[in-house]
Design a protein around this ligand. Sequence first.
Ligand code: GLA
Length: 409
Amino acid sequence: MVMKRLAPALPLLVGILFMLPAYAQKFDGLASTPPMGWNSWNTFQTNINEQLVKDVADAIVASGMKDAGYTYIVLDDGWMAKERDSAGNLVPDPAKFPHGIKALAAYMHSKGLKFGLYNCAGTETCAGYPGTRGYEYQDARNYAAWDVDYLKFDWCYSTGINAKEAYTTMSKALRKAGRPILFSLCEWGGNKPWEWAAPVGHLWRTTGDITAIFDAEKKFTGYSQFGVLRIADMQKGLAAYAGPGHWNDPDMLEVGNGMSAAEDRSHFSIWCMLAAPLIAGNDLRHMSSATQAVLTNKALLAIDQDPLGAEGYKYTEVDSIQTWVRPLSSGAWAVCLVNRSSTPRKIGLDWTTVHATDSTGVGTFTLSPASQTYSLTDCWTSHVLGSTAQPLHTEVASHDVLVMKLTVR
Ligand code: GLA
């Protein structure tokens, strides 16, 4: 009798049941544009402490970076004591963080910032601190109790672990803990997270670690670190997987960490073309005004944070000149020319020969100045450059960049 009365509602009930797993995954709405902030690793490795991070937070506010959108302050590896407590809880290193994590998160929140931590899906972190394997739900509960807003989750000591399962378990643990925590997968790309991580997290690393060199690979036993152009090379084919809420992460920024001014500009420009998360990795307490100007350039940040959320891609690389294109909202485009060579390059670009089309995670867009004329603005200098009706004649210095916004006329 009861079954009979329920029968008409059955398809609806089954439908709801099928929808549940999707609902039970990551928190939505946390990264409609690529996340922005600062992370301790690139400059400080494990040499971090409470005062340093507070000073960095003060600097991010004072330098105008917070107002420009950099809101997450993330502690990378090295924040923990070497052992869990007797109840299995993670313990912040008492010498480095004498007032604990909750107090530090409260400090960030009082400045209008958000706060992030790091751990690892394996049994240990890369620097040898306690990993989360087997403690996913307990760790997630502690992060929520400490008012953490962001978790970067690494992939060291993970032999024999299935990446999709491990990251899904942590994602579910965060969800269960109840606090909206942005989830950053740091799996280095080996298990193609772009194919499965969109429901799991908000960003996923696509490569091994970046280092502050322009175009080389540093080899160590068993792993490499990559310069910015090597990382950029490895993004081929990935634009189709990114979109609002789920981003490819070509690793944190090395702007201000020793490359030339031109190289810093190129690095930042390519990351903005890629809709990359912008996580600064320099010492914000002692940043030059040139570095500050790169990190807060409004026109570049508008490209990175464009609400359409389409990732750009490399259209051509000819005679060491790379041409990157990115579809933007309102039918606009960003075009970025990078000079990979060690000498200046003269550019003669007949726009009518450009026909760039590719699928992005939010649709397929075509740039064809032969059928649509655009006005051109130089994003680094704000100079108006005319339009795509005339060929572009210019020169790009070695390792430098020209970024143009193309607006429908
Ligand atoms: C890995 C990650 C880096 C950093 C270190 C910390 O190498 O890819 O980004 O988090 O671990 O040990």
